[in-house]
Design a binder for this molecule. Structure first.
Ligand code: SF4
Length: 261
């Protein structure tokens, strides 16, 4: 959906989905061990996190839109933003990154896979091994995403993501603030956990923010080019990711605690 269509497709009375704060409804605000007592408002969560953890906190973005970057810059100007360049991303994603960097005047800390690991994978198994088995797909995601993310998070006390509960069965219980056991017990902040895509579009439109033009082509979830395709209206947004796999496997490994290859 193009942002210029939002007026028609996301009217003022659109129903947004909010969490009640009860973990049973899909995660709640803060998990065990977190001393947060504020509201579940995304900007309140962000302000708490940036105040408590700066400068050792950064946003991981995959360039769907600029909502979180815009919110963070309203709170403080020295925010850190990093992105994983897997080497297999769409041109539209790079263009979105460039638009965000220029228009919001924020530096992007790009993180690349280890050269030796990519060379070993492609020389040994070719360019499309991820289509051959779940094990091979996890191996590619490990090389291009999971390992680089571990390096990107080194030295941080907390990281911020755009993970939402409506993004598929693997994310329905996400909390807004949680301990990330997979990354050394640092804190993981998911300010938009209870947002829906309509609310994202409304924010993008209200602030005239850059967004990934793949959405105009029917994409609802954006990852690497060979593993992502458009979905039909009403389909699970994650169904366009690794469409040859069943729904419970649709994670690259950076947002699950026990990812292994
Ligand atoms: S999404 Fe596809 S191309 Fe990207 S890292 Fe995972 S398997 Fe590899």
């Amino acid at each position: 959906m193009a942002v210029h269509d939002i007026e028609n497709e996301a009217p003022d009375d659109v129903e947004f989905t909010f969490g009640s704060g009860d973990a049973s409804d899909g995660g709640g605000v803060a998990g065990p061990g977190i001393d947060y007592t504020g509201s579940d408002d995304a900007e309140a969560v962000l302000e708490w996190a940036l105040t408590k953890y700066s400068p050792n906190i950064a946003l991981a973005t995959s360039f769907k839109d600029a909502v979180l970057i815009h919110m963070m810059l309203k709170i403080r100007p020295d925010v850190r933003v990093f992105a994983l360049d897997t080497g297999r991303m769409n041109e539209e994603t790079y263009q979105c990154a460039e638009d965000i960097q220029r228009r919001l005047k924020v530096d992007i800390e790009w993180v690349f896979p280890e050269r030796e690991l990519v060379e070993g994978l492609e020389r040994g198994k070719g360019m499309y091994s991820f289509r051959e088995s779940l094990e091979n797909r996890k191996e590619c995601c490990y090389v291009r995403k999971v390992e680089p993310l571990k390096r990107a998070l080194t030295g941080l006390d907390a990281w911020i993501t755009g993970v939402r509960r409506d993004q598929g069965v693997t994310r329905k219980t996400v909390r807004k603030i949680e301990i990330d056991a997979a990354h050394g017990g640092i804190v993981k902040i998911n300010p938009l956990a209870d947002w829906g895509q309509d609310r994202i579009w409304a924010y993008v439109k209200e602030h005239s923010l850059p967004y990934n033009k793949l959405f105009d082509q029917g994409y609802q979830s954006i990852g690497c080019a060979p593993c992502t395709r458009p979905v039909k209206t009403g389909e699970d947004p994650r169904s366009g990711r690794w469409w040859w796999e069943s729904a419970e496997h649709k994670e690259c490994g950076i947002h699950i605690p026990d990812f292994s290859i």
